[in-house]
Design a binder for this molecule. Structure first.
Ligand code: CMC
Length: 423
């Protein structure tokens, strides 16, 4: 039996269909509401608004479930690799051995940035935030690949875009770091794995444990359904802007401290607590004070109201990698103390605020030797396949329309213009 929702407005009762997803999520289809009633809906921050139907990622915030194309994140983090997960997100199935080999080779074949892009990265001031560089450079790639600016690329072009963006963004991230730290750029080595190559281009020492830890972090960040940056990619792409413009906009959205930028903020917050003598209880009190804009960074999530499954995996990985590398980090002790205190505190308990993916990722990045201002770029590197897969899905969905919300106007009603001399 098909479900319907009834809406009564000024005595008039209207019925709207309820659509159901494969995990039984229900949504009232109000696409005819304005035409029928003159009313729109209002939903600040889109807490209850589904912007699309998607077959890529499923998450249940109450149960702490996250699955890419049906596969649980826990299994993928333990058994898969970042490029295999990227393949899965984009093409909807796990690759065969030969499919994965040729995909890895294709991604690795993008081993050099266009020369003017390299020069562009090099001339940014050393103080430029690498997210600004990453965004500017990404949109600039549109100049180099004019044929790929087409909003409706062929299947071959879509495959090309996917491999190209994964390959080139790794180079952009590493080069923006070496340029800002006045190091000579290090060429990509296509014979290395994706993460080993990235670590090598960053001028850092790699071993299997470090590369595996990074690979797991990228898997955990690879997609997260309609989050702020992914929605931005879809919104920008819905105007037929190029893939490069859409992804660049996604990078900008991710940079915000409430979203991906939180990983940098968490570490800075922990550093501050350490500098102030390590008393994390003060930070907790500040986070609870409604007159203080300070928030406990790395805590809370729009959809996870029980626990963030990615944070669970990261917390475990954090202990393992620190032990493997023999790193003793006081910040980890502060983070653990802060977490324990917050989880026992009524303010956090009553609001269902738990550590999110960003709470522990920074400590791992730091242990791996990645500088703090690169943390959000690492998030972008991980999220790239998700953005690209979501963009592709959006472009291929025939119901896609330009994203154009409405508003409830609360400004002045009509008034007469007064000549400047008479005001
Ligand atoms: N510290 C202190 N109070 C908080 C926090 C926090 N980190 N997060 C939420 N609250 C309070 C908030 O003040 C509000 O209180 P009240 O009901 O008294 O007004 C209540 O909890 C509900 O919060 P909200 O801001 O309405 O929740 P939201 O769903 O709009 O925001 C969030 C989600 C992630 C933006 C928010 O929890 C936050 O700002 N957290 C810190 C930043 C952070 O760690 N962001 C990374 C998110 S995970 C990575 C990603 O996927 O983007």
């Amino acid at each position: 039996m098909s479900l319907k929702a009834k809406i009564e407005i000024e005595g008039k009762v209207l019925e709207y269909p309820i659509t159901e997803g494969s995990e039984h999520e229900k949504a009232i289809d109000i696409s005819k509401l304005r035409a029928d009633t003159g009313c729109i809906t209002i939903d600040h921050g889109f807490l209850n608004t589904g912007s699309c139907a998607s077959a890529i990622t499923f998450l249940d915030g109450e149960l702490g479930i996250l699955r890419y194309r049906g596969y649980p994140i826990e299994q993928l983090a333990e058994q898969s690799s970042f490029l295999e997960v990227a393949f899965l997100l984009n093409w909807g199935k796990l690759p065969s051995k030969s499919e994965l080999d040729s995909f890895e080779k294709k991604v690795a074949s993008f081993s050099k940035l266009p020369e003017y892009i390299e020069r562009m990265i090099d001339i940014f001031p050393k103080t430029a935030h690498p997210m600004a560089v990453a965004s500017a450079v990404t949109v600039s790639l549109s100049a180099h690949y004019p044929e790929l600016n087409n909003p409706n690329p062929s299947t071959e072009q879509k495959d090309e875009i996917f491999a190209l963006m994964l390959g080139l963004f790794k180079l952009v991230a590493a080069r923006s770091f070496t340029a800002a730290s006045s190091q000579a750029p290090i060429a990509s080595n296509p014979s290395l794995s994706y993460c080993e190559d990235f670590i090598s281009m960053m001028g850092m020492k790699s071993n299997k444990d470090v590369a595996k830890a990074l690979d797991v972090l990228l898997i955990l960040h690879a997609d997260h359904e309609q989050n702020c940056s992914t929605s931005t990619v879809r919104v920008v792409g819905s105007s037929n802007a190029s893939i490069f413009a859409s992804i660049s906009a996604g990078i900008d959205a991710l940079w915000g401290p409430l979203h991906g930028g939180a990983n940098q903020e968490v570490l800075e917050m922990l550093e501050e607590i350490k500098l102030a003598g390590g008393d994390y209880k003060k930070a907790l009190e500040r986070a609870k004070d409604k007159n203080d804009t300070f928030k406990l960074m790395g805590f809370g999530h729009r959809v996870y109201k029980n626990f963030d499954p990615r944070a669970k995996i990261i917390k475990k990985a954090c202990d393992v990698i620190l032990a493997q590398l023999g790193v003793k980090d006081q910040l980890l002790d502060i983070a653990k103390g802060l977490e324990q205190e917050a989880l026992a505190d009524d303010y956090f308990k009553s609001r269902n605020l738990y550590p999110n993916v960003d709470f522990y990722s920074g400590i791992i990045y730091r242990a791996l030797g990645i500088p703090t201002n690169m943390f959000t770029v690492m998030f972008a590197l991980g999220r790239m396949p998700g953005w690209l897969a979501q963009w592709k899905e959006m472009r291929e969905t025939k119901e896609t329309k330009i994203s154009r919300p409405r508003q409830v106007y609360i400004g002045s009603v009509v008034r007469e213009y007064v000549d400047i001399g008479k005001r």
